[in-house]
Design a protein around this ligand. Structure first.
Ligand SMILES: [Zn+2]
Length: 311
């Protein structure tokens, strides 16, 4: 399914894990057609179907941008680039090595997802290094009517960029400014925003510093990879700060030896309380369960790294 979300801007629902409104890729229609995010290798057929629906063949793409190398954002980059000979792949400088050789990333993801890894995401293919351009903070890319500006946005991952679109004033936020859980996904009456703290780079202080920088840009909207748009952008920033405050408060009682299951239990309770405070009479966390488990793993990794003085 494809939906217009701004001027010459559409989101393709990649229906990750068979779910609607979980993960998207954004297509910018301009002199140089550009895709932001590819989704996983498992989502590759949905991505191609979405492009076809808009009438843009992969061969027409000039740029493919990935916000970071996690499999749900960039796992399908290799397969797409093979079908898009005119395209250049754009990413954070720290992301390049993983796109050229995804084997270490695949191994790391295996420790998080276990036997679920391959069926859920599919195995990423390598991208030739001469087709990749790394973007330092402040670097720009001209597409015709719009210019994209890349920002270094650590907090969720150290290989993460945020991209601002001059035409719409919106930010492609990847996983930096919360996940937006849409009613179509959760069955709840309102969208719900909560930060993602998955392993292994989560750092709440870095998230807040990134939000400080992004908020000064005077943005109009946040385009979430998971999923759809928050307008005005200030709503997404406020919700993310609120979520980080919840997580920081929760971590005060935890240490590096706390079991993941215990962190997960407390996260679920905190999110449930938060939803009730927002007026949701019957919070349903089913569609968030996988994310909250990953968030718990990421919080434990953070506490361990902190205890070792690595943060
Ligand atoms: Zn993600």
């Amino acid at each position: 399914m494809v939906q217009a979300v701004g001027e010459d801007l559409v989101v393709i629902d990649l229906e990750e894990f068979g779910d609607p409104a979980r993960t998207g890729a954004y297509l910018l229609l301009d002199d140089e057609p550009t895709l932001v995010e590819t989704g996983s290798q498992a989502c590759h057929p949905k991505l191609l179907a979405g492009l076809r629906e808009v009438g843009v063949e992969p061969e027409a793409l000039r740029h493919v941008i990935v916000t970071h190398v996690h499999l749900d954002h960039a796992g399908g980059a290799g397969a797409l680039m093979a079908l898009a000979p005119r395209a250049t792949l754009h990413c954070h400088p720290r992301a390049v090595a993983h796109l050229v050789d995804p084997s270490r990333l695949w191994q790391g993801a295996g420790t998080v997802y276990g036997a679920q890894l391959e069926p859920r995401f599919g195995r990423p293919r390598p991208v030739p290094s001469d087709r990749i351009v790394a973007h330092q903070d402040g670097s720009t890319l001209h597409l015709g009517r719009r210019t994209l500006t890349f920002y270094d946005t650590p907090g969720h991952a150290r290989h993460h960029v945020g991209i601002v679109d001059s035409l719409t004033g919106g930010l492609f936020s990847g996983d930096t400014v919360s996940i937006r859980y849409q009613p179509q996904l959760t069955g709840m009456p309102i969208p719900y925003l909560f930060p993602t703290t998955t392993p292994i780079d989560f750092d709440p202080a870095a998230v807040l510093a990134t939000l400080d920088r992004l908020e000064r840009l005077g943005l109009s909207a946040v385009y979430h990879t998971h999923f759809s748009v928050t307008r005005p952008a200030s709503d997404a920033f406020a919700a993310t700060r609120r979520g980080i405050a919840t997580i920081v408060a929760l971590m005060e009682d935890l240490g590096p030896d706390t079991a993941v299951a215990e962190v997960e239990r407390r996260l679920q309770a905190a999110v449930k309380r938060d939803l009730e405070a927002l007026g949701v009479a019957r919070p349903n966390l089913d569609s968030m369960a996988l994310d909250l488990n990953l968030n718990a793993q990421g919080i434990v990794v953070y506490l361990q790294r902190k205890a070792l003085g690595k943060i």
